[in-house]
Design a protein around this ligand. Structure first.
Ligand SMILES: *[C@@H]1O[C@H](CO)[C@@H](O)[C@H](O)[C@H]1NC(C)=O
Ligand SMILES: *[C@@H]1O[C@H](CO)[C@@H](O)[C@H](O)[C@H]1NC(C)=O
Ligand SMILES: *[C@@H]1O[C@H](CO)[C@@H](O)[C@H](O)[C@H]1NC(C)=O
Ligand SMILES: *[C@@H]1O[C@H](CO)[C@@H](O)[C@H](O)[C@H]1NC(C)=O
Ligand SMILES: *[C@@H]1O[C@H](CO)[C@@H](O)[C@H](O)[C@H]1NC(C)=O
Length: 389
């Protein structure tokens, strides 16, 4: 019976969809982004299915390609129609090479979070990959030289003597990744571009279909999906094909939930005799979520002295804002982790993210996997403020 109703559904919905010349399409059924208004695939959709400047096409590798007037071809990895954002990368997997010569002028897109980078070309004897200031770009490097990216806020004094400046470039990074933290992943992630025209986001959010109104003119409209568009026999097909298996599923789930509940109450009864364990008394801190004010305040702070000396491996620069530590500044360190930051910088980070931005360990889990073999003896008390001279 199920097979029959499935055939009924397919035979009634497929002709209805294929009649629409602008129906969503993609270059790769499994991996490619769905392409629909304001985008179109030039080899599959007529011109009126897309907005000017939003043409895409499929290359021989089934990648979805966007051609930016000033910067050439990029792969579109994802399109977020509600946020009016698209995520692009280099088809040859060397994004830094494309960033060196990147411009959005002439396109309909702009960056949402733009960061300035300075690219350096260094002789290979300069190999300090551990410094958080420089990010090696291996796909641009050769056997005798290494290309590094450096945050442009750093000055000429930060350019190592064996390096020379190649260029300073503006890079449209992904907002979520890059908001706070200078990460070595930044230039390997997709670039994020957004568009404002045509504004289809509210239509998208209501589940509508955005597109040109009528066969001519430039007016954009939003059509709601038809509520009673299906023939009656297709509706019966859906009721039989989806309704009955759905009911069976719900009954199955209910039985499963009943079983779980019974097992849970049994376990609770068994456990109630045991003393409360240590972990029950502590607030549960998940690494994905932020910490509360009192927890952050409990992390040790240090007021820098004139020598600005800190325990290793700190290199005198705050990894978050990338400015050098100055005497009398208040730094905060993450317990067990030995990484220092400006208190103002790390506090903002910890409110959103419970982990150390350098080693990604949360203080709660770092006992099991310490990220540094050294521990700070001067800050053994959790609320201490140390002064370094
Ligand atoms: C591209 O997709 C088509 C089917 O849509 C498939 O036959 C072909 O092998 C794919 N090509 C590559 C390079 O994956
Ligand atoms: C930058 O890219 C454009 C478009 O692909 C190209 O015409 C131009 O020669 C490139 N410039 C450099 C310096 O590579
Ligand atoms: C990027 O850096 C260049 C050179 O240092 C500077 O002229 C420009 O104003 C900076 N742009 C932004 C947006 O920070
Ligand atoms: C870096 O310098 C080397 C020579 O030292 C040169 O061959 C190479 O093309 C340079 N790379 C870039 C990206 O400028
Ligand atoms: C690069 O290094 C190799 C040895 O590692 C050397 O033979 C070659 O001459 C070097 N090339 C340049 C351009 O310095």
């Amino acid at each position: 019976m199920d097979t029959i109703s499935l055939i009924l559904i397919i035979s009634f919905t497929i002709p209805a969809l294929s009649a629409n010349p602008c129906k969503p399409s993609s270059c790769d059924t499994y991996l490619g982004p769905e392409v629909r208004f304001p985008f179109r695939l030039t080899n599959r959709h007529p011109a009126r299915c897309g907005y000017p400047g939003f043409d895409l096409y499929c290359n021989a590798q089934n990648q979805t390609i966007l051609n930016l007037p000033e910067s050439g071809e990029f792969v579109v990895d994802h399109i977020d129609y509600s946020a009016q954002a698209l995520f692009i990368n280099d088809p040859d997997s060397c994004l830094p090479a494309r960033i060196l010569n990147f411009s959005l002028s002439g396109s309909r897109f702009r960056g949402v979070y733009i960061r300035n980078y300075t690219f350096l070309n260094c002789s290979s004897d300069y190999m300090d990959y551990t410094s958080t200031r420089y990010m090696p770009l291996f796909c641009l490097s050769g056997r005798n030289y290494t290309v590094l990216a450096m945050n442009s806020h750093l000055t000429a004094a930060h350019v190592p003597p064996t390096c020379r400046r190649i260029a300073t470039v503006l890079v449209p990074l992904q907002w979520t990744v890059s908001q706070f933290y200078w990460s070595s992943m930044d230039l390997r992630e997709d670039l994020e571009l957004v568009w404002s025209e045509p504004a289809c986001w509210s239509c998208e959010n209501q589940g509508g279909v955005c597109g040109y109104k009528g066969d001519s003119g430039s007016e954009i409209g939003c059509s709601r999906p038809a509520k009673s568009g299906l023939p009656r026999s297709a509706k019966y097909g859906i009721i039989v094909g989806v309704g009955i298996p759905g009911l069976v599923c719900i009954i199955g789930l209910a039985c499963y939930a009943c079983g779980m509940l019974r097992a849970f109450s049994l376990r609770r009864r068994l456990n109630s005799d045991l003393p409360t364990t240590f972990s029950d008394q502590r607030p549960v801190i998940r690494s994905a979520s932020g910490l509360d004010g009192p927890t952050i305040e409990s992390y040790p702070t240090t007021v820098l002295g004139e020598s600005r000396r800190l325990p290793k491996p700190s290199d005198g620069t705050c990894p978050i804002c990338l400015s050098d530590y100055q005497p009398k500044e208040t730094l905060r360190s993450i317990p067990e982790c030995n990484h220092y930051f400006h208190a103002d910088c790390i506090d903002e980070w910890l409110k959103l993210n419970g982990t150390c931005p350098l080693c990604r360990n949360s203080p709660e889990s770092s006992v099991a996997t310490p990220c540094s073999s050294m521990s700070i003896s001067s800050s053994s008390s959790s609320t201490s403020t140390t002064t370094v001279n």
